[in-house]
Each structure stands twice: as structure tokens, then as C-alpha cells.
Design a protein around this ligand. Structure first.
Ligand SMILES: [Zn+2]
Length: 466
């Protein structure tokens, strides 16, 4: 028989085992700063609301676009409302017009049906002639395979179809290994006279949504257009090519690169009481690809930066060193905002001890990854108890973040919030990166953990390396 509810509650609350000793009854030690940040964060859960506010004010934030300008204005206003010392720093960013994109397998003389392919332009791609391109398709899985075909791809569409390796535990590793097709595929195919490229979307899931992302052209050579195709349609096209190697695809897009544009990094800080020129930076990127509102990539990171600063103010903590939030612009087109931040005149006289970035999705935080020598990573182990406060369990070597990476040149230790990234490439750069995929508690835990590590570093400086 199940106990009735009151009995069940009593049994859960009462301690079992031996009676309490005097030591057990003594008052518990005062909560640590990390514990106070945790409790306050979970109590108020504002990170999720801040993210919702960003996605409402600026649902589309592609670098150089009016939506990105709206995001900058939102950032400035929100930071001021939080009582942070706020300013904008001018940066020059990349810009690109998506326009429209279409691709379809044409009906073949042998009776194969016409099939539209779910496709989207890759950022920075040039367009096709207005009438589009009709051409045969050559499937390849690597640049080696492409180079071996050489002249045989002349006048054709090269179809890069190497999937992300789903056997890796770390999906970022698989992303990194498959990324060359998207980034450099068009340039490599153009060398052999190809007229366009189709690239399998960088996700390990089979679904109908194309994923965009940055591509680039070599300095010299023909510039040919590049479209991503959904993984489902990539499989379909591959299958059809096996049956009908000479099938043709119609391919048209009017996307085009635009001139560089003015924009801003958004900065808000709590100035240090004793060493204001020494900075602990919390960062994320404000721009996002435009096929979704970019909830995980990286609106959520921006919300965590703001929430971390809000929590520090809410607890009336007075850091000895400056804790600065920076919402960077133009990460997705190559990290222009981060580079210009590191090189700005305003950095003179400042010393950035550490920078912590959130740009790995805002799911359950697992630990911190540090891009530094093993000795530095070892020294940071003193903060492991702080990290464990948030249910996280490691500080280890890893990657900091695209936006903060340029600060390494001047000796900054760069640190990335590491999360459970198993679902990240379901969302990233496609239509599925929306607010409903974000969990209120997980995003909050990441924000509070960033706040806690920033407070510890602002108080004590970097841990001494033996
Ligand atoms: Zn990102």
C-alpha cells in the first residue's frame, strides 16, 4: 500500500540513522558567493526573460542588417536599465544579402520526377545569373576526391556530401571536421571549373531544414555560388544520382555580398573598486544567422552575460577588479567584432586577466574549458568547488570562444562555458534555434556560474601558476 501524501512527506523530510550530534546542530557556515548567486539566480530565473526580450526586440540579427542595429540598441538599453556603466564601441562588420534561393532536381527524360530541394544560401555567397543555372551534379566527399576528378567537374555543380561524424562524443569535433566543405568548398570547386556548389547541411540529424553559415572565397579565382541543402534532401539527391548519374539540377539564388557596414560592440560593466584597470570579461555574440531567432546561438549567451552582471549587482557585490560584459558583433562572419575589440585604442591602459565566453548553446553547463597551458589549467583547479556548486564538474583544457580569442595575444586567459552540446547541431544556424528549445533552469545555471567565476577572479586575480 502506498503511504498517504502527508506520511510520505514526513518520511522524506525526517533524517534516518543515528540521532543528531551537537556538531550537526551548530549553525551552518555562511553561504559562499557562488551559493548565493545560485540561489538568487534560480529564485528569479531572469536569464530566460532577458533572452525572450532580445528575441522580441531583434528576432533577426544578421551582421550589418537593420535587425543587428536593433539588437545593439536593445543591448545598450538593457544594460542601462540594469544600472551598468554602458557604452558602445564602433566596429566595422561584414554584411550580406540573403535574397532567395531555390534548387530542384529536374524531371529526367527517363521518367525521374522533378523534386525541389530544401536549400539556403551560405553567408557571403555570390548569386547566380538571374535566369539561374541548370547543370549536371558531381557528388564528392572530400577535397581529395574533388581534386582527383579535376576537369571532370567543369561546367557542373559540385555536391559536397560528407556527413558529420556521429560517432564522436563531442559534436563540435565532428562539426570542425566537416566544416571545410561549407567554408572553402566553393573556392576549391571553382579551381576545376565548377559552376556552383551544394553543401550538405552541418547537422548530425536527418531533417528537412537547411543550415546556413559562413563561407569564404580565396583572394583570386572565380567566385561561384554556394547553397546548403538539408540532410534529408542531400540523402535523396545522393540516391537519385546513383540511379541517374546524368540528372540535372536547376539552381538559382540572388544572394550577394554587401559592402562592409558600421556597427557596434555593446559594453556594460561594474567598475572594480581597487584595480579598475584590470578586467574580467564576460562575452557572447549579438549577431546571429537569420534562419531563426538564434536562441542558442548566441542570444542565450548574451542573456547569460547580462544576467551574470545583474546577479552580481543584485547581491550588491563590489568586485575589486572590473567585471565587464561585452556583446560582440559579427562573430558569424569571422569574428570581426572580437578582433576590433582587442585592438581598439580603448584597450590601452587596460589589462584583461581573463575572458569567459558563452557560445556553445545554453543547455546544461558542464564545466569550463580553458585555452591555455596545462600548468594554467592546473592552477585553476582551485576553483573546482565553486564550479561544483552549479552541478558542473570540470575545469579542463578547451576552447574559450571566437570573440575572446584575439585577447590571448596580450596574455588574457580565455575560458569557454562548456555545455551539454549533444543537441546543439540540431539547432545551430537553421530554423530550429528558437526560444522554446531553451530551458529556464539550464540557461540560469550557466549565467550564475559565469558570475561566480568572474567574481572569484575579480577578487583574487588569476590563480598563481607554480
Ligand atoms: Zn555562436
Amino acid at each position: 500500500m502506498r503511504p498517504c501524501l502527508p506520511l510520505l512527506l514526513v518520511s522524506l523530510v525526517l533524517p534516518s540513522g543515528p540521532a543528531l550530534t551537537a556538531a550537526d546542530r551548530s549553525p551552518s557556515p555562511a553561504p559562499t558567493v557562488a551559493e548565493r548567486l545560485l540561489v538568487r539566480g534560480l529564485e528569479e530565473r531572469r536569464a530566460y526573460d532577458i533572452l525572450g526580450s532580445l528575441l522580441k526586440a531583434a528576432p533577426s540579427r544578421m551582421s550589418g542588417s537593420p535587425g543587428a542595429a536593433a539588437a545593439v540598441e536593445w543591448g545598450r538599453k538593457t544594460m542601462e536599465e540594469l544600472g551598468l556603466e554602458t557604452r558602445l564601441e564602433a566596429v566595422t562588420v561584414k554584411a550580406w544579402r540573403r535574397g532567395t534561393a531555390e534548387a530542384r532536381i529536374l524531371k529526367s527524360p527517363k521518367g525521374g520526377a522533378a523534386v525541389p530541394l530544401a536549400a539556403a544560401g551560405l553567408g557571403n555567397s555570390v548569386g547566380t545569373p538571374a535566369a539561374g543555372i541548370t547543370a549536371r551534379v558531381v557528388e564528392v566527399n572530400s577535397f581529395d576526391e574533388l581534386d582527383a576528378l579535376g576537369e571532370k567537374v567543369k561546367g557542373k555543380i559540385v555536391f559536397f556530401n560528407r556527413p558529420m561524424n556521429r560517432t564522436y562524443l563531442n559534436p563540435f569535433r565532428a562539426y570542425g571536421e566537416a566544416g571545410d566543405q561549407r567554408y572553402a568548398g566553393a573556392g576549391r570547386a571553382a579551381v576545376h571549373g565548377a559552376v556552383a556548389v551544394l553543401v550538405r547541411s552541418l547537422t548530425d540529424r536527418l531533417d528537412p531544414h537547411p543550415r546556413t553559415g559562413m563561407m569564404a572565397y580565396p583572394e583570386t579565382g572565380e567566385r561561384i555560388p554556394a547553397l546548403a541543402v538539408s540532410t534529408l534532401d542531400a540523402d535523396l539527391l545522393s540516391l537519385r544520382l546513383k540511379e541517374e548519374p546524368d540528372l540535372k539540377v536547376f539552381y538559382r539564388t540572388d544572394c550577394s555580398p554587401l559592402p562592409d557596414a558600421p556597427s557596434h560592440n555593446v559594453i556594460g560593466q561594474i567598475t572594480g573598486t581597487e584595480k579598475p584597470e584590470e578586467v574580467i570579461l564576460l562575452g557572447a555574440h549579438l549577431d546571429a544567422w537569420d534562419l531563426s531567432p538564434g536562441a542558442h546561438d548566441d542570444g542565450g549567451g548574451c542573456a547569460q552575460v547580462l544576467e551574470a552582471l545583474r546577479l552580481i549587482k543584485a547581491l550588491d557585490l563590489k568586485p575589486k577588479r572590473t567585471i565587464r560584459g561585452v556583446l560582440f558583433m559579427c562573430e558569424e562572419f569571422g569574428g570581426q567584432g572580437g578582433r576590433q575589440y582587442a585592438q581598439a585604442e580603448a584597450r590601452r591602459g587596460e589589462k584583461h586577466l581573463a575572458a569567459i565566453e558563452s557560445d556553445a548553446g545554453v543547455e546544461m553547463p558542464l564545466g569550463f574549458g580553458i585555452r591555455a597551458d596545462e600548468a594554467v589549467v592546473q592552477a585553476f583547479q582551485k576553483h573546482l568547488p565553486l564550479v561544483e556548486t552549479f552541478g558542473m564538474f570540470f575545469i579542463r583544457r578547451g576552447y574559450g570562444g571566437v570573440d575572446i580569442d584575439p585577447l590571448r595575444e596580450s596574455g588574457t586567459v580565455t575560458i569557454g562555458l562548456a555545455t551539454d552540446a549533444q543537441r546543439y547541431f540540431v539547432y545551430q544556424h537553421g530554423a530550429l534555434d528558437t526560444l522554446d528549445k531553451v530551458d529556464e533552469r539550464q540557461i540560469e545555471l550557466g549565467a550564475a556560474a559565469m558570475a561566480a567565476l568572474a567574481c572569484a577572479l575579480a577578487e583574487e586575480g588569476l590563480p598563481a601558476v607554480p
